[in-house]
Every structure is written in structure tokens, then in C-alpha cells.
Write a protein that binds this ligand. Structure first.
Ligand code: CMP
Length: 157
């Protein structure tokens, strides 16, 4: 398991679990949360949940209304955009921010390629975190810019 606390009970339950205690040190290792204080990390861990997805399960579906933001803690997922090559995301990568930021439907389907263990922030928790933590806002913008550039490069080939 790439990102999980030493005390994580593991298991294969597909239920959504609270993150809470023991997770701040794990979140500190994830690039999106780099540079945040222990207090800030604890605040995020309290708001977050974890969930497992079986291989080949859609985690979000294109066209759906978005209610959560996701960070992959373990496994790989594929962003499927109509008419384009899929984009692979792995541990530490995130997705699902777009529909929360502009309230438009999900832009792509994101499917688990392996079993995936993910961290979720609900819409309000995500928006509050972004408002409170400019470092997170900048990291999200950087990734959105990189993805836009990559997508435009692939569109011209
Ligand atoms: P959202 O539209 O909420 O749900 C689907 C997610 O896929 C989207 O947010 C982004 O996080 C991600 N996504 C959309 N387009 C791309 C892309 N071109 N490259 C990588 N990820 C993408």
C-alpha cells in the first residue's frame, strides 16, 4: 500500500470510512499536501473519508453531477475522455476537482484499473480546504494547466 497509516486495518470492505486519527503523517507524504502544518493536515484528515474500488469499477462517470474530490492512495485509475487516449493516474494523483469548481457535469469517466484505495473530500469540505489553503489551490491549478497542455498536445496529433 503506497499511502496508508501503519495502523490501517486494511481489509477489502467497499464501505466509506472516516479518515481521522493517524492519517496526518500519511497526508504529509502526498505532494498535494506538501508544506502544510500538522494542524492543517489534521483538519483535512478529519474532513476526509477513504474508500476502496474494485478493479474496472467506474469511480466517477462522465456527465454525472460531482459531489466529491478524490486522491488516489493506492492503485491506478484511467481517465477516459471520449475520442482520446486514456490518461493513467496513480498513487498521489487526484481527480474530480473540475465538477466541484464549476458545478458542471463530470468531464470524464475515471475507472479503477487495479483495485484502488482513495481518499475523498465532499464538495463543501473540498471547497473549504481550497479556500483555506492557497498552497493546495496553486497545486490544483498547476495540475489543471499540465493536463490542459497535455490534452491540447494530444489533440493536435
Ligand atoms: P471532473 O470533471 O470533476 O471529473 C472527471 C475528472 O477527470 C475531472 O474532474 C478531472 O479531474 C479529470 N480529467 C478531466 N480531463 C482530464 C485530462 N485531460 N487529463 C487528466 N485528467 C482529466
Amino acid at each position: 500500500m503506497k499511502y496508508s497509516p501503519a495502523t490501517d486495518p486494511g481489509g477489502t470492505s467497499m464501505a466509506t470510512d472516516s479518515m481521522g486519527r493517524g492519517w496526518a503523517d500519511v497526508l504529509a507524504e502526498i505532494p498535494l499536501f506538501a508544506g502544510l502544518s500538522k494542524r492543517q493536515l489534521n483538519k483535512i484528515a478529519k474532513l476526509a473519508k477513504t474508500r476502496r474500488y474494485a478493479r474496472f469499477t467506474p469511480i466517477v462517470r462522465a456527465g454525472d453531477r460531482g459531489d466529491s474530490f478524490y486522491v488516489i492512495l493506492d492503485g491506478t485509475a484511467l481517465v477516459k475522455l471520449p475520442g482520446k487516449r486514456g490518461v493513467r493516474l496513480g498513487a498521489g494523483d487526484w481527480f474530480g476537482e473540475m465538477a466541484l469548481i464549476d458545478a458542471a457535469p463530470r468531464a470524464a469517466t475515471v475507472e479503477a484499473q487495479t483495485d484502488v484505495f482513495a481518499m475523498l473530500l465532499g464538495r463543501n469540505a473540498f471547497l473549504k480546504t481550497v479556500q483555506d489553503e492557497p498552497k493546495i489551490a496553486i497545486a490544483l491549478l498547476q495540475t489543471m494547466a499540465e493536463r490542459l497542455r497535455a490534452s491540447e498536445r494530444s489533440a493536435s496529433h
